[in-house]
Design a protein around this ligand. Structure first.
Ligand code: ADP
Ligand code: ASP
Ligand code: MG
Length: 419
C-alpha cells in the first residue's frame, strides 16, 4: 500500500462523463489498497471563460479579484469529483486550497507555494477517504485566495505529493506522455519513455506547457517520482499496465550512449520583444532599463546589447506577451526620466523556438545545424540565447510552426527516423 497523488487536467475533467471516468480510475487505485489524493483542474475552458468575464468588466482587473474569480473553476470540479466517487460507493472529501491549507505568498495570479499543512489530509486518508484538493489555488498570509499561474494545477499536485511524501505523482492529461515536441503541432512527434529532470525543466521553461515549470522544480527539489500519462484510456485498464505507461521524469544521469543529441523542440508563441534605441553606453544602463521592469514583477527572458557606436547602443529584451503593455508603460516612464534621448520600439508578434538535450554537452555543431536549417527555410533569427543543454532563437511568430517542424526533422526526431 502506498500514498499516491493523481492530477487531472481540464480536458480530463471536461464533462460529467469524463469526471465519472476519473472517479472510476481513482476508485480502481483505491481498491488496490492505495491511499489516494486527487488534484483536479477546472473543467476545460472554464478558467478562460472566467478570465474573459473579468476582461469584459475592465481591461486590467485587480489581481486579487482575478484570483478570487479564477479559483472558483477548481472548486466546482473537486465537488463534482467527490460526488462521482460517492456514487461509486467510495468515501471522498473535497477541499479548497485554504481549507488544507496550501499557503502561498501574495503575488496574486502567480503566487508561489510556501508550505502545505498535511494534518487534515492525513486524518482523512487514515480514515480511508479519498481526498480531493483543488489545483491551482492557495491562500496567502492574510487569508486572501491566490492562484499559481496558468497551468498551476500541475504544481499543486507535485507540491502536495512532496508534502505528503507520496510514493508517486501521476499527472493525467489529454496526451499519453511527454513528446519530442507538441504532438498537436508536429504529428510525427514521438513519445519519450523517460525524460531527465534537467531536460523537462528546460522544456517546461521554454514553453512546453505539458507541465508547468514550477511543478518540475518541485519534482526536482523533492525528488518526487512524477509521471505524465493519459486520462483518456479505459479507466479500468490493468493497474500494472497503467503504472508503467506515459513518460517518467528520471533523476538519473542518462547513461544511454545511444541517446539522441537533441531530446526535443520546445516553443513559446507568447513572447514580445522590446528594444531601447540610442541609449548612452555607460555603467548602470542595463540596471536603469531592467530595474523598473523587474520591480513591476515582469519576467525578462532573452537580453542583448549591441556594440556601441559613438557612445550609443541599442538594448533589446523579451517579456511574456501578456505583460508587454505593462512593460512598455513602465519603460516609457523610466526612459523619459533617466535615459534621455532613447526611443523604445516593440514587437508583440514574436515566438521562441528552442532545441533541448543533455546530449548537446558532448556534441559540437548543434547551433550551426540549427541555424542552417532555419536559413534553408528562410526564417530570420532575431535573437539567440544558449546554455549547455539548449539553444533558443526568437523569430517572427508566423514562422514558428514551420521552424518547429523543420528542426524536428533535421535533428532526426520524426517518428520513423529512428533517432
Ligand atoms: P492539462 O489540462 O491536462 O493540464 P495541458 O493543455 O496543460 O493539459 O497540457 C497538455 C498539452 O500540452 C497537450 O495537449 C499538448 O498539446 C501540449 N504539449 C506541448 N508540448 C508538449 C510535449 N512536448 N509533449 C506532450 N504534450 C505537449
Ligand atoms: N485551471 C487552471 C488553468 O487553466 C490551472 C490548470 O489547469 O492547471 O490554467
Ligand atoms: Mg496543464
Amino acid at each position: 500500500m502506498a500514498l499516491i497523488v493523481h492530477k487531472y487536467g481540464g480536458t480530463s475533467m471536461g464533462s460529467t462523463e469524463r469526471i465519472k471516468n476519473v472517479a472510476k480510475r481513482v476508485a480502481k487505485w483505491h481498491d488496490a489498497g492505495h491511499q489516494m489524493v486527487v488534484v483536479p483542474s477546472a473543467m476545460s475552458g472554464e478558467t478562460n471563460r472566467l478570465l474573459g468575464l473579468a476582461k469584459e468588466i475592465m481591461p486590467q482587473p485587480d489581481p486579487r479579484e482575478l484570483d478570487m474569480l479564477a479559483s472558483t473553476g477548481e472548486q466546482v470540479s473537486v465537488a463534482l469529483l467527490a460526488m462521482a466517487l460517492h456514487a461509486l460507493g467510495k468515501e471522498a472529501v473535497s477541499y479548497a486550497g485554504w481549507q488544507v491549507p496550501i499557503r502561498t505568498d501574495s503575488s496574486f495570479t502567480k503566487a508561489r507555494i510556501q508550505s502545505i499543512d498535511d494534518q487534515r489530509v492525513r486524518r482523512d486518508l487514515e480514515a480511508g477517504r479519498v481526498v480531493i484538493i483543488t489545483g491551482f489555488q492557495g491562500v496567502d498570509g492574510d487569508g486572501h485566495i491566490s492562484t499559481l499561474g496558468r497551468g498551476g494545477s500541475d504544481t499543486s499536485a507535485v507540491a502536495v505529493a512532496a508534502a505528503l511524501k507520496a510514493k508517486e505523482c501521476l499527472i493525467y492529461t489529454d496526451v499519453d506522455g511527454v513528446y519530442t515536441t507538441d504532438p498537436r503541432v508536429v504529428s510525427e512527434a514521438r513519445r519519450l519513455k523517460t525524460v531527465t529532470f534537467e531536460e523537462m525543466l528546460e522544456m517546461a521553461s521554454l514553453g512546453s506547457k505539458v507541465l508547468q515549470i514550477r511543478s518540475v522544480e518541485f519534482a526536482g527539489n523533492y525528488r518526487m517520482p512524477t509521471r505524465v500519462l493519459s486520462s483518456l484510456t479505459d479507466p479500468l485498464m490493468s493497474l500494472e499496465e497503467e503504472a508503467q505507461s506515459g513518460t517518467l521524469i528520471s533523476f538519473e544521469e542518462d547513461t544511454n550512449m545511444e541517446q539522441a543529441t537533441i531530446t526535443g523542440i520546445a516553443f513559446n508563441r507568447d513572447e514580445a520583444k522590446i528594444t531601447v534605441i540610442g541609449v548612452p553606453d555607460r555603467p548602470g544602463i542595463a540596471y536603469q532599463i531592467l530595474g523598473p521592469v523587474a520591480d513591476a514583477n515582469i519576467e525578462v527572458d532573452m537580453i542583448i546589447q549591441n556594440q556601441s557606436m559613438e557612445g550609443k547602443t541599442d538594448f533589446t529584451f523579451t517579456v511574456p506577451r501578456g505583460e508587454y503593455q505593462k512593460a512598455m508603460e513602465v519603460l516609457d516612464k523610466s526612459v523619459r526620466e533617466h535615459i534621455g534621448a532613447a526611443r523604445i520600439m516593440g514587437d508583440a508578434k514574436v515566438s521562441k523556438v528552442s532545441v533541448v538535450g543533455v546530449g548537446m554537452r558532448s556534441h559540437v555543431g548543434i547551433a550551426s545545424q540549427m541555424f542552417r536549417t532555419l536559413a534553408e527555410e528562410n526564417v530570420n533569427i532575431q535573437m539567440i540565447s544558449t546554455s549547455e543543454i539548449k539553444i533558443s532563437v526568437l523569430i517572427d511568430e508566423k514562422y514558428m510552426e514551420l521552424a518547429v517542424r523543420a528542426l524536428h526533422k533535421a535533428f532526426g526526431l520524426d517518428a520513423g527516423q529512428g533517432a
